[in-house]
Design a protein around this ligand. Structure first.
Ligand SMILES: [Fe+2]
Ligand SMILES: [Fe+2]
Length: 481
């Protein structure tokens, strides 16, 4: 019943969008029959993937979710109960800018690309496939979490993130089908064939093959790994390939909620832990000790840093030169948009020592973007530390040095401590149980994960949120079980 209301409410929305279509969109899909047919052929395969790899155990439940129905800053989303397989995954791009120009690189100031430029075709396809692959991967990583949710509020937020990652996959598949012909269709099929953590057909990036099987992992993932997504999407939102830029601009609107879930989730864990610290032994009281929270931060922050790619990268130079991938807030933040004659100084390991090296700026753009990301993460840490201070405990959380525990780039293959000092492999191995979650830590966290399905109730290891969603109270029945 609720789901019927959802469909008619969405259908009745008075808007120029093509919401009656099988695939809601603002790209005039019904006028491009070939593309429409291709996407309608992909749709049942997507739904098969969703049923097989989407959230396990809740597919038939009504969940109070937002659905994108427009791109305006006002009223872009509709909130209602819906069963997840009936969610309306649509294709929404920000409106085109008249006279859009390439905003950076060698073609700076030329008209933006409305079609894929032949000479950049492979690079562009690779960028889109790599981004697209992360979206279903995270749904796969999180598919068991519903069974151990700390509250209905959190359960709903998990599913909100999941369905929107599904929509982000649609956003990338639209580009592959619409602009790349045959090989784009093949890539779109393969996006539904890879599986997170599967040794034979893994997801492309390593952070997306790591298990995310408890809620502390989930909050750290949405805080740190979804935030990498924000920076990748922001760099692509600057793209001279206009359909990609407009797609990413709208994805960022949804992405903000994902980071909110992680940021406030870890803040609520910090609050509860601080409250328990004042009462006695956190473990005995069934909470998550702060040192375990810190280890999860160390783990997910370092894996997420890897997602930016090597510190010195010819790909980053090529993508920038071609006008495909810009810097964070390229138009807003910079006045010089070719980055052709500048240099960037960074630390590298040479002859077993840290040395500084000057590299052409274009080759350092992964590192530049990573720097923006680190600054943003620091704000999250400051918020959590304010919670700890407000609760009257003196302990603090922090970010490890960006060189710590890296598997990609200049620092992969070397060992560093949390302060970024170069240490021996042996010392790292000896001390890593202080720095990264051990099997025992993970088992302890898992032992706390018992579902709380009653509206208004919350698990003991986390504080309730400051407010509910969209004006609803925390006690609202966000999921009807
Ligand atoms: Fe996403
Ligand atoms: Fe996300």
């Amino acid at each position: 019943m609720a789901t019927g209301n959802y469909q008619s409410a969405i259908g009745n929305w008075k808007s120029a969008m093509n919401l009656y279509d099988r695939i809601p969109n603002n790209v005039n899909l019904s006028e491009d029959k070939k593309l429409q047919r291709a996407l309608e052929k992909w749709l049942p395969n997507y739904l098969d993937w969703w049923r097989e790899m989407g959230p396990e155990g809740f597919q038939e439940k009504d969940v109070w979710l937002r659905t994108a129905i427009d791109v305006g800053s006002e009223g872009w989303a509709h909130f209602d109960y819906v069963r997840m397989p009936e969610y309306r995954w649509g294709i929404f791009l920000e409106p085109p800018q008249p006279d859009a120009k390439v905003g950076f690189g060698d073609n700076y100031g030329r008209p933006a690309y409305q079609e894929v430029p032949g000479e950049f075709r492979n690079a562009l396809r690779r960028i889109i496939v790599t981004q697209g692959d992360t979206e279903p991967a995270s749904v796969e990583q999180q598919r068991q979490l519903g069974k151990t949710c700390p509250s209905l509020y959190d359960l709903r937020n998990l599913f909100q993130v999941n369905v929107e990652e599904g929509r982000h996959l649609w956003a990338m598949v639209y580009l592959l089908h619409g602009y790349f012909g045959r090989d784009g269709r093949d890539e779109a099929d393969e996006l539904l064939e890879r599986r997170s953590g599967n040794p034979d057909k893994p997801r492309i990036l390593e952070a997306f093959n790591q298990p995310c099987d408890d809620w502390l992992n989930f909050f750290a993932f949405t805080m740190f790994t979804d935030r990498d997504g924000k920076y990748q999407l922001s760099a692509l939102a600057e793209s001279g390939f206009e359909p990609l830029a407009r797609t990413c601009q709208f994805m960022l609107t949804e992405e903000a909620h994902h980071m909110f879930v992680g940021d406030t989730g870890l803040g609520r864990v910090a609050r509860r832990t601080a409250q328990l610290m004042k009462q006695g032994d956190v473990r005995e009281l069934g909470g998550i000790p702060l040192d375990i929270v810190q280890k999860y931060i160390n783990f997910w922050f370092s894996y997420s840093l890897d997602l930016f790619g090597g510190e010195i990268s010819s790909n980053s130079a090529d993508f920038f030169a071609a006008g495909l991938k810009g810097r964070y807030k390229e138009r807003e933040q910079y006045t010089e948009h070719t980055a052709a004659n500048e240099t960037f100084t960074m630390a590298v390991v040479e002859d077993g020592q840290l040395k500084s090296r000057e590299v052409p700026l274009r080759n350092a753009l992964n590192e530049v973007l990573r720097g923006e990301y680190v600054k943003d993460c620091e704000k999250g840490l400051a918020r959590w530390n304010k919670v700890l201070a407000d609760e009257g405990v003196s302990e603090r959380l922090y970010l490890p040095h960006p060189r710590f525990h890296r598997h990609v780039g200049e620092f992969a293959g070397h060992a560093f401590d949390l302060q970024g000092n170069l240490i021996s492999r042996e010392e790292f191995e000896r001390r890593k149980s202080e720095w990264l979650p051990t099997m025992e830590d993970r088992e302890y966290v898992r032992s706390l994960m018992h579902p709380v399905f009653e509206p208004g109730k919350i698990a003991n290891w986390i504080a309730p949120p400051a407010a509910g969603i969209k004006g609803k109270p925390f006690e609202f029945e966000y999921v009807r079980l």
